[in-house]
Design a protein around this ligand. Structure first.
Ligand SMILES: Cc1ncc(COP(=O)(O)O)c(C=O)c1O
Length: 451
């Protein structure tokens, strides 16, 4: 490695050295995690492989600065550079998504969604969101989250073709007259029609929130249509398809200067107040730096090819499952997600997830439409291609991935909903296949693992 060129480089190297010397236990765990990620095929649809340049921002001294407020209007001194970082992240978010307003401070997409809910609703108000087992997210009205406990949530779902049932969403809206309609999904492999959702919201004078947490990269690259000027608010996390630091982002398009409910300022002004001081104190400035880095990556011309690869791999993955006789929900994929029904294999989603992980393939158990099993068991698995795209995999590699997955699942003997064993020969073949693929397609942006 060349001599450190800057204070930042010397700082990062000194930090790693001090960790090794002073906390070998934690150092080893973190080193093992690096090794694990290099040696498994991570196909969790809600994860990705962030660039080292984004992750290193999280390890910077920006973390030390307490900076309540916003650039130029802080409640603490010492924020000269912090203001520059936050402004850069705001400007990049606006540029990448064509937004008129961006708040980069929310710590998660969950809190971004909560901010929007509390901007336009009071406790007890009606909210219309997508049902969990249809592919909606917990924060869209589930009883397990604030969204379903503080607000009176009703849901829409899928039609007989497992596509979003816009007609039923309109009927639900007309019957319940929600204050907020939420669209955007967590386990839905098809395009979302933002314009139709705006028509539904407008029909009952509701606000529309589009949560693009899963597909933000495809939206940034122009591969999935953008909701920015259809929805009143667009939220996303920054750590899945934006390949940046862990956190949330709220944006507004053409409606940014519409009056907020209660007549106290515009929608944009009210979001600022609800993020700070209503929900949060001082933001995580190193995470904001990392968000800025991720946004620069997805705004670069090179990212278009990454985004296209994400979709090409997902289509090939879905096709390979169908070819092997699996029921893929909706029959294919338009984004990075593939949801597979594993009931015909005689196993539960959780056993499939665990057996695959035992062999080095990381996916997650997922409910399928109208699933009779609870979220801890499920009848399906959800896979995603964000990480595989960073490994620069090719569509033909997806056939090999599915061959390995199929071999494992064929070798699983289910003892109960949560207990299973894997035939040793199938396991050995799978481990060999995963090791071969990881070597052939390493994480291109990370230094190779040393033993
Ligand atoms: C659609 C959607 N919204 C929100 C979230 C929550 O994201 P976070 O973990 O950043 O709170 C997720 C998580 O996967 C999601 O899929």
């Amino acid at each position: 490695m060349s001599e450190p060129r800057s204070n930042l480089e010397r700082f990062v190297l000194a930090g790693v050295e001090r960790l090794r010397e002073q906390d070998p236990v934690l150092y080893e765990i973190l080193d093992n995690e690096y090794r694990r990620q290099a040696n498994v095929l991570s196909m969790v649809a809600s994860s990705s492989i962030a660039d080292p340049s984004a992750l290193i921002c999280e390890a910077s001294t920006a973390m030390n600065v307490t900076a309540e407020g916003y650039p130029g209007r802080r409640f603490h001194a010492g924020c000269r550079h912090i203001d520059q970082i936050e402004q850069l992240a705001i400007d990049r978010a606006k540029e990448v998504f064509g937004a008129k307003f961006a708040n980069v401070q929310p710590m998660t997409a969950t809190s971004a969604n909560e901010v929007v809910m509390f901007t336009v609703m009071q406790a007890g108000d009606k909210l219309l969101g997508m049902e969990l087992d249809s592919g909606g997210h917990l924060t869209h009205g589930s009883k397990a989250s604030i969204s379903g406990q503080v607000f009176d949530a009703v849901g829409y779902g899928l039609d007989e073709n497992e596509r979003i049932d816009y007609d039923s969403a309109m009927r639900q809206a007309l019957e319940h007259r929600p204050k907020l309609v939420i669209c955007g999904t967590t386990a839905y492999a098809r395009e979302v029609d933002w314009k139709k959702f705006r028509e539904i919201a407008d029909a009952v004078d509701a606000f529309l929130l589009a949560d693009i947490t899963h597909i933000a990269g495809l939206v940034a690259a122009g591969i999935h249509p953008s909701p920015i000027d259809h929805a009143h608010f667009t939220t996303t996390c920054t750590h899945k398809q934006l390949y940046g630091g862990r956190g949330g982002l709220i944006m507004i398009g053409k409606d940014y200067d519409q009056p907020a409910p209660g007549g106290k300022g515009t929608l944009a002004e009210m979001i600022q107040k609800k993020v700070f001081p209503f929900f949060q104190g001082a933001p995580n400035q190193s995470s904001i730096a990392s968000k800025a880095r991720g946004l620069a990556f997805v705004g670069s011309p090179e990212f278009k090819a990454v985004a296209q690869r994400i979709v090409d791999l997902s289509r090939a993955l879905a096709g390979a499952f169908v070819e092997k006789g699996y029921r893929v929900i909706t029959g294919g994929s338009d984004n990075h997600i593939v949801v597979v029904d594993v009931r015909e294999k005689g196993i539960t989603g959780v056993n499939a997830e665990k057996a695959l992980e035992d062999c080095g393939i990381v996916v997650n158990k997922n409910r399928i439409p109208f699933d009779q099993r609870p979220p801890s068991i499920t009848s399906g698995i959800r896979l995603g291609t964000n990480g595989l795209a960073i490994r620069e995999m090719e569509p033909q590699d997806m056939v090999e991935c599915v061959d390995i997955i199929h071999d494992i699942l064929q070798g699983v003997r289910q003892e109960s909903d949560t207990k299973y064993s894997i035939e040793p020969a199938a396991r050995a073949r799978a481990e060999e296949g995963v090791a071969r693929l990881c070597k052939l397609r390493p994480i291109t942006t990370y230094p190779p693992v040393v033993d």
